[in-house]
Design a protein around this ligand. Structure first.
Ligand SMILES: [Fe+2]
Ligand SMILES: [Fe+2]
Length: 243
């Protein structure tokens, strides 16, 4: 991602750094807490296939927002579940995993999808036992992970938030970008193919639907003719995300 270095003095000759609030004082900014950072550290070795580590981070951020919006959900269930949900792909070879998730798949590789869910639940259990998580919480997290893709119904609000956060990733810049080389798509095609798999009717919660519409609106404008025209003219301050 593009990072811009700056001087504390802006073009008006003023230093605005004392106007910048602390990270924790800005509603909506996300940061992993100590518990989740520990889980992340333990599960990272199992997330090295197909960008699953980055996918899990962005899905975590979506889940964290959903937990804010649904305070009645249990963040100590939702957040560990989303961090570890795809760890089971580490037990499936990459080519098989691609076949299993490709658009237009015919079900031949459904066994691999089920394997990643079951193995993910097993890995999550091992990690949670290692950090002395409460047994009932471990059972709930593992039940959510086991079936998170193939179970089309939701077990609970906690399960709904995990499922929605997982799907919302598809329309993030990273989700769109990784699908392009993977399936031979242009960016706009990738947005469309991922968008139809993360739009309001396939999401469980109302807040996730709103988040999906907002993200898709931004992605749509990034891909619009008007934005392309401005970039072609070398218009300053056209800051679409650069990955
Ligand atoms: Fe998955
Ligand atoms: Fe996932």
């Amino acid at each position: 991602m593009k990072r811009v270095s700056r001087s504390p003095i802006n073009h008006l000759g003023r230093d605005v750094t004392d106007k910048i609030p602390l990270w924790d004082d800005v509603p909506g900014l996300v940061k992993m807490g100590e518990r989740d950072a520990r889980i992340w550290e333990l599960v990272t070795p199992y997330l090295q296939t197909r960008d699953n580590d980055v996918h899990s981070l962005y899905s975590f951020s979506m889940a964290a927002q959903l937990c804010r919006l649904y305070p009645e959900a249990d963040e100590h269930i939702v957040l560990p579940a989303i961090i570890m949900h795809d760890s089971g792909w580490s037990t499936v070879d990459e080519e098989t995993a691609f076949q299993a998730i490709a658009p237009g798949r015919d079900g031949t590789y459904t066994w691999a999808v089920i394997q990643h869910e079951k193995e993910g639940a097993r890995i999550a259990r091992e990690i949670l036992e290692q950090i002395d998580y409460a047994p009932a919480d471990i059972d709930e997290i593992c039940a959510i992970i086991d079936g998170h893709d193939t179970r089309l119904t939701s077990l609970s609000l906690n399960d709904s938030l995990v499922k929605d956060a997982d799907k919302l990733w598809r329309i993030t810049p990273h989700g769109i970008d990784v699908a392009m080389p993977r399936f031979g798509l242009e960016r706009a095609e990738s947005l469309r193919i991922n968008g139809i798999r993360a739009y309001e009717k396939v999401l469980f919660t109302e807040h996730a639907k709103s988040m999906s519409l907002a993200i898709m609106a931004i992605e749509s404008m990034d891909l619009s003719q008007q934005m392309a025209d401005m970039q072609e003219r070398g218009r300053a301050n056209v800051t679409t995300t650069e990955w």
